[in-house]
Design a protein around this ligand. Structure first.
Ligand SMILES: [Zn+2]
Ligand SMILES: [Zn+2]
Length: 141
């Protein structure tokens, strides 16, 4: 989780920096932080005053989430995601939760709550994962 926090600080996102680390058998197989696809936009440099274009949930409309980037990087490099464990500084949103379940990740640790950050009633991503057999739990540090 310390590494995930370090990675978060590399994010160019104006609003919220998130980092994720994917591990298997105690080894790191992939890492990621939130941001638009490489070589497209650096939100903090392009829109330092206004922030980047927002989607309906007031999230960056250009960025991949840290979890998405970690999973895609693993796929690109042929790492075996099945049975892996994900550490993320912010609990997964529902879209990432669907991706996490489908990719075969079995365990998720998160530091901060996405619902608390967004002012949502519940952490639907966490609930979704726990309901369908991916252990998703709070790890403060
Ligand atoms: Zn952005
Ligand atoms: Zn997400």
């Amino acid at each position: 989780m310390n590494l995930a926090s370090d990675l978060a600080s590399r994010s160019h996102c104006v609003k919220r920096q998130v980092g994720a680390v994917l591990t298997k058998d105690t080894r790191i197989i992939s890492i990621g932080y939130n941001g638009p696809p490489a070589g497209t936009h650096n939100c903090d440099e392009e829109w330092p005053e206004t922030g980047c274009p927002r989607d309906s949930r007031n999230s960056c409309s250009l960025a991949l989430h840290a979890e998405e980037n970690a999973i895609l990087y693993a796929v690109k490099n042929g790492a075996q995601i099945q049975g892996s464990t994900l550490y993320t500084t912010l609990s997964p949103c529902i879209a990432c939760a669907r991706l996490i379940l489908t990719s075969g990740i079995k365990h998720v640790y998160f530091k901060d709550s996405y619902a608390a950050y967004k002012g949502l009633a519940s952490d639907e991503g966490v609930d979704f994962l726990n309901k369908f057999g991916v252990r998703c739990e709070y790890l403060p540090r």
